[in-house]
Ligand binder design. Structure first.
Ligand SMILES: NC(=O)c1ccc[n+]([C@@H]2O[C@H](COP(=O)([O-])OP(=O)(O)OC[C@H]3O[C@@H](n4cnc5c(N)ncnc54)[C@H](O)[C@@H]3O)[C@@H](O)[C@H]2O)c1
Length: 447
């Protein structure tokens, strides 16, 4: 069993630390944020993710897990150091790698014996070389260490399951020592392990996220065409998805992708390609289509209500997707801002993300309110907009909703409701990429 130090206790770092501790390794979780460390040391997770609280308590109780802001001692006591700090968007779409650089400098001044330094943060190809250079410059030429890339593919909402049973593990290494140590660490995982050079591993992560984002933007482009020709995107993507070369996943049309990864990673990949003189038009277009989605939702509201000003809009879903409380780059949050800018009065509801949203949107004043239930949000509303695919939204009593609302308008940004049933109740229903009035059963396929 290995002695690990995981630097950065965010979504990726905390899950990494807990899962490796569960496997029997001794793990020190390091962060700069004292409040986070206090909560984690007390056994309280700092964000919502299914199964996190049990794993955290188990790791602490078994003595396999500890948390500290003392990076120097943590490095000294560990064999393998995982870098899991943030790589937020910087200037011109390029990622801001200052958190990674800061960790590299901390490592440099604490290298008293061999360490394996593993990048788990999503970074542009070539970053490991920068880390090596920084450590050598700050730590001296005779320091002994390896740098490896082990990109993380977990999805928020199913992070522990994704980490524990990944589709593949990618190990970018350039020494046999690094290869042996990482293969040993991952020996209990039952999935393909792809061993590559470091730049290839770094690139696989950016290319994966850019490809998934491309699928989503492609579906949204097709959805726009569907609306013009009276076709139904839900059936179009099913038709596409049955083709095994295409696959059905990540083809749902809707409000576009959000979260802390896809938007920044597509921009970063495009910026990197551009800087290298590679044509990045495709990536820029993927990003542009995505940015346009909020405008498309506003247009649907205006199609129904004519003007947004002074209208009461009930917005259900602030998390960027279901099963998380993460609101980073959330389309729901962007829509709130846009509606308020247009003079609407917005009432929001989300099962998990309300606290985060309250903090993020506190400067919007009393034109924005938060409701305790979806029904309270819908009271006296002129339109209801669904922005996150929380399963509980499908179960709502829409007859009750209709009675509570001022005008019966539903904009379904996730195509999650049965349009015909909603229309039967008497709603004006507008989904994405399905022409109003063109969803009759004769268009359903047999199976
Ligand atoms: N969130 C995801 O779903 C996901 C999935 C795969 C990969 N990634 C990538 O993983 C990386 C981390 O993402 P995240 O969502 O966990 O980020 P995050 O912002 O949630 O967490 C980063 C953490 O690092 C800490 N930190 C920053 N500088 C530090 C330092 N010098 N020393 C100690 N701690 C420091 C911050 O306080 C914060 O707690 C990013 O590169 C991201 O692109 C994220």
């Amino acid at each position: 069993m290995a002695r690990l130090c995981v630097v950065g206790m965010g979504y990726v770092g905390l899950v990494t630390a807990l899962c490796f501790a569960k496997l029997g390794n001794s793990v020190i979780g390091v962060d700069k944020d004292i409040n986070k460390l206090k909560l984690l040391s007390e056994g309280s997770p700092t964000f919502y993710e299914h199964g996190l609280d049990e794993l955290l308590r188990e790791g602490l109780e078994k003595g396999k897990l500890s948390f500290t802001n003392d990076i120097n001692r943590s490095i000294e006591q560990s064999e393998i150091i995982f870098i899991c700090v943030g790589t937020p968007p910087g200037e011109n779409g390029r990622p801001d790698l200052s958190q990674v650089e800061e960790v590299a400098r901390s490592i440099a001044i604490n290298l008293k014996s061999y360490k394996l330094i593993v990048e788990k943060s999503t970074v542009p190809a070539g970053t490991a070389e920068r880390i090596k250079q920084t450590i050598k410059l700050a730590g001296g030429e005779d320091t002994v260490f390896d740098v490896a890339s082990n990109p993380e593919f977990l999805r928020e909402g199913s992070a522990i399951a994704d980490f524990s049973c990944p589709d593949r593990i990618v190990l970018g290494v350039d020494t046999s020592m690094a290869r042996t140590m990482l293969k040993e660490l991952y020996r209990d995982f039952d999935c393909p392990v792809l061993i590559t050079d470091i730049a290839t591993a770094e690139l696989i992560k950016h290319a994966s996220n850019a490809f998934l984002a491309t699928k989503i933007s492609f579906s949204n482009l097709v959805a726009d065409i569907c609306e013009k020709v009276g076709a139904n995107i839900n059936l179009v993507v099913d038709g596409l998805g049955y083709d095994r070369r295409i696959g059905r996943e990540f083809l749902n049309a809707g409000i576009g992708y959000g979260g802390s990864c896809f938007p920044k990673d597509v921009k970063a990949f495009a910026a990197m390609a551009g800087a290298l003189g590679v044509n990045n038009t495709l990536l820029k277009e993927v990003d542009r289509i995505n940015e346009d989605r909020i405008g498309a939702i506003v247009k649907k509201i205006e199609d129904a209500l004519w003007v947004c000003k002074n209208k009461r809009i009930a917005l259900l879903g602030l998390a960027f997707k279901c099963n998380t409380d993460d609101i980073r780059e959330s389309p729901g949050i962007k829509l709130v801002r846009e509606l308020v800018r247009k003079g609407s009065l917005v009432t929001c509801y989300d099962p998990k993300a309300m606290d985060n949203a309250r903090g993020e949107l506190k400067n919007l004043g009393d034109v924005l309110s938060f409701a305790e239930t979806p029904y309270v949000a819908a009271s006296e509303a002129d339109a209801l907009v669904l922005m996150t695919e929380w399963p509980e939204f499908v179960q709502l009593d829409f007859l009750r909703m209709k009675k509570l609302m001022r005008t019966p308008v539903i904009i379904d940004g996730r195509n999650m409701l049965q349009a015909e049933e909603i229309e039967k109740i008497g709603f004006w229903y507008s989904g994405i990429g399905c022409h109003r009035g063109n969803r009759k059963s004769k268009f359903q396929y047999d199976n």
